[in-house]
Design a protein around this ligand. Sequence first.
Ligand SMILES: Cc1ncc(COP(=O)(O)O)c(C=O)c1O
Length: 441
Amino acid sequence: MTNPSNSLDHLSAEQKRVLLAELLQKKAETESFIPPEYYCFDLYPEYLQLKDQQAHLQTHHIRNPYFAVHEGIARDTTCIEGQELINFATYNYLGLAGHPAVSEAAKQAIDRYGTSVSASRPVSGEKALHLELERGIAKFIGVDDAVLFVAGHGTNVTTIGHLFGRNDLILYDALSHNSIFLGCMLSGARAISFAHNNETELERLLQQHRHRYQRVLIVIEGVYSADGDIPNLPKFIELKEHHKAFLMVDEAHSMGVLGEHGQGISEHFGIDPRTVDLWMGTLSKSFASCGGYIAGCQAVIEYLKCTAPGFIYSIGISPANTAASLAALQILQQEPQRVTQLHVRAQLFLDLAKAKGLDTGTSHGSAVIPIMVGDTFKALQLSQDLFQQGINVQPMTFPVVPQNAARLRFFMSSTHTEDQIRLTVETLARSLARLGAGVQS
Ligand SMILES: Cc1ncc(COP(=O)(O)O)c(C=O)c1O
C-alpha cells in the first residue's frame, strides 16, 4: 500500500519534473558539501582539542611547561625568563654541549667549510669531517663502519623504513621511541610490539611467527627514555641468533652513558658489539650536536650510504654539527672520568630519591630518572612548583606515557654537583608531600 500523504498523484507531469529537478539539485549540493574542518587548519578538530587543553591549563593557572626559552647553554643550570635554574630537562649528559673545545671545533669547521655542505653527500656534499666522524664512531663502538644522518629521528625512520618490507616482520619493544614506530609503519612490514623488556613474550612471538616471514628485525633501546631502564641485551642476542633475526639497538640514551668508558650497552654487558646488527644513535645527546648514525658491518653501511632515502635525498650533515660531535667524541675518549662522574651523580639522585620514598619507577643505572606522579594535572603542578623554586624539570604526560603514569623526568648530567642534587631531591620531596602525590608507602 502506498502512503496517501506521500502520493504525487495530484501533481502534473510538469510539476513532477520541477520537483525532481529540485530534489536532484539538493542531492548534488549535499554531496558536494565538504565540511570546512576538512580544508581549514583553524577548524581542525585535533587543533581545537589542543586549544582546549591549553585553555584548561590556563584556567588552573598552570604555565605551559613546553617551549620555554633558554637564554644560554643548558647543562647543570640554565637561564629561563632571566632566572637561573638547576636544570634537569636537557640531554647534555656529559656537559659537552657548550664545552669550549666543542664550540671551537664547530667555529673552525664553519670557517673552513661554511655553514652548509650545500648538497647531499653522494652529489657533492662529502667532506673529510664526515668520514672522520663515521670512522670515529664505528671504532668507538667496535664495528666496521658508520653512516651519519641529519637527524636522530630521521635515522630510525629511514633506516627501518628502507631495510625492511612487506615480506618481513618487525618485533619492537612496546615502549619504543616514536621514530622506531614510524620506521616500522613506513617499511610496510608486519610490525608487532612485545611487552616492555619482556624477552619471554618476544620468544613466544618468534616461535609463532618467524617461519612465516623472510627477514625479521628485533628493535630495542639501550636505555628507555621515559623510564631510564636497561634491557637484558645478552638475552636479546641469544634470541636473535637462535631465530636468525636481525637485532637493532637504539642507543640515543645509552651512548656516552653506559659502560665504564661510555661505549654504551655493549660495554655495560661486556658483549661483542658485532653480535648486534644495527647500532643506532643520536648526535644530540652525549655527542653535543644534532644528527644521527647507524653503525654496523661494512655491507649494511655501504648499502645505506648508496640507497637510504634519508641519506641520498637529504643534505649532508652540516660542518659545524659534524665537527662538534667529533670534538665531543674525542673529549669523551680522553676524559672517561666524565662518564664515571655521571654514574656517581645519577646513583646519588636515585639513592636520595628512594631514601625519601619517592617512586622512581624502573629506573636503574642510567641518566634518566623519572619521578612517578600518576595524575597528569599533579605532574604539571609539580613541575611548575619546582620551577618557582629554581628547578627546571619537564613533566611527561598522556599520551606520551600511559594514562595515570604521568611523571617528571630528570635527565642527569656529569656537570651536576652533589649540592644541586641534594637540594633538588629535598625540594622535590617537600613539593610532592604538599601536593599529596608520588610518595611510596
Ligand atoms: C630513543 C630515541 N631515539 C631517537 C631519538 C631521536 O633523536 P633526535 O632527537 O636526535 O632526533 C630520540 C630523541 O630523544 C630518542 O629518545
